[in-house]
Design a protein around this ligand. Structure first.
Ligand SMILES: C[S@@+](CC[C@H](N)C(=O)[O-])C[C@H]1O[C@@H](n2cnc3c(N)ncnc32)[C@H](O)[C@@H]1O
Length: 338
């Protein structure tokens, strides 16, 4: 087993060509160390613009190791990054010891900005949620959307902080609709819109996925007997030219359960129906234990059962900052052309 220092050096070496490309395309947000695949399971090191975000998921990182890591990254990148260390190894708690290195200084915790595909994104080292405000493994999908949105009506489902919507707007979409049930996440999406004032405005719909997508798809909204449904925004049946479906692994609400292992179908079916006849649906599954081949088969079967056979199905893997030893990255993305 190589030491953390050796593993980190090897990871930084292997990323040189990728980082040169990313810097050239206006990206300064990327993963520098993907521990599970690069020799230190449960440790990730990400650059978000001026900030260096270190996260541990299994065991806490000792002070000296953290400081050495910070120094090495600064030397190799030629930057003076602002360190934030979020220890997520103990339930949901974050490390907050006396030592300032664990606390992060004010500057590092301020509202910062990072860049991807030439766009500006809000970056916060700590906020109400656990995850960083931009999921880096979805970068290639955002790039694809930016390159294929011209003139399209784009729907971004489970939008989170609306990165995909932003890329669609930058790519010349005719209309961009972001949907998420968490107002706090959409609020960051609005901030992201404001950070790119040259882009046309996006729409934000705060709603549970199930009632929204089923209304667009023209399907009834199921109600469990004896359970009154909470209110939800009323939407007209309609279709979109480009739809992005990137749900969380599991989430339960009054309207249904998002369950990528047992029931991808109930998410996918209405999303397909809300995609125009010759449109594109990009769908994702971030559950590591779901194999790409099985899931792809399920997706294609669901489409043909609906009478909407897929003309072309492309797999879009994450970029090289998310290496995968067995060729099965947790985040799987399919581009379905109808
Ligand atoms: C893993 S994130 C999706 C990542 C996102 N697609 C992106 O581009 O970064 C999950 C998002 O789904 C939202 N969410 C979870 N369950 C939901 C539901 N039933 N209806 C609407 N949004 C939901 C959460 O609020 C969160 O923003």
């Amino acid at each position: 087993m190589p030491s953390l220092d050796q593993a980190l050096r090897a990871a930084l070496d292997s990323r040189q060509p990728l980082l040169a490309d990313l810097h050239q395309q206006g990206t300064d947000c990327y993963r520098l160390f993907h521990g599970s695949q690069e020799g230190a399971g449960g440790l990730t090191v990400d650059r978000y613009g001026p900030q260096l975000l270190v996260q541990s998921f299994h065991t806490s990182l000792e002070r000296d190791a953290l400081l050495a890591l910070h120094q090495l990254v600064n030397e190799r990148l030629g930057v003076d990054s602002l360190l934030v260390y979020n220890d997520r190894s103990q339930g949901n708690s974050r490390i907050d010891r006396r030592d300032p290195v664990y606390q992060a200084d004010e500057q590092a915790l301020a509202d910062l900005t990072g860049h991807e595909w030439g766009l500006t994104y809000r970056v916060r080292g700590r906020h109400a949620g656990q995850d960083p405000l931009l999921f880096l493994d979805l970068r290639n999908a955002r790039g694809w959307v930016k390159a294929h949105s011209a003139g399209k009506r784009v729907l971004n489902l489970f939008a989170y902080t609306c990165g995909v919507g932003l890329c669609a707007a930058a790519g010349g979409a005719r209309e961009v609709v972001n949907l998420d049930f968490a107002e706090g996440n959409l609020a960051v999406g609005r901030e992201n819109g404001a950070l790119n004032p040259e882009l046309p405005p996006m729409q934000f719909i705060q709603s549970d996925y199930f009632p929204a997508i089923r209304q667009w798809a023209g399907l009834p909204i199921a109600q469990r007997r004896g359970h009154k449904l909470p209110s939800y925004p009323r939407l007209e049946q309609r279709q979109f030219d480009l739809v992005l479906l990137d749900p969380p692994a599991w989430a339960k609400s009054a309207f249904g359960t998002v369950d990528l292992l047992r029931d991808y179908q109930s998410l996918l079916k209405p999303a397909i129906l809300a995609t125009a006849e010759d449109g594109v649906l990009i769908c994702c599954n971030n559950l590591a234990k779901v194999a790409l081949e099985d899931w792809r088969e399920q997706v294609l079967r669901c489409a043909s059962k609906l009478g909407r056979p897929v003309r072309d199905c492309q797999v879009l893997p994450p970029a090289a900052d998310f290496p995968s030893l067995d060729g099965n990255p947790p985040l799987k993305t399919l581009i379905l052309q109808f």
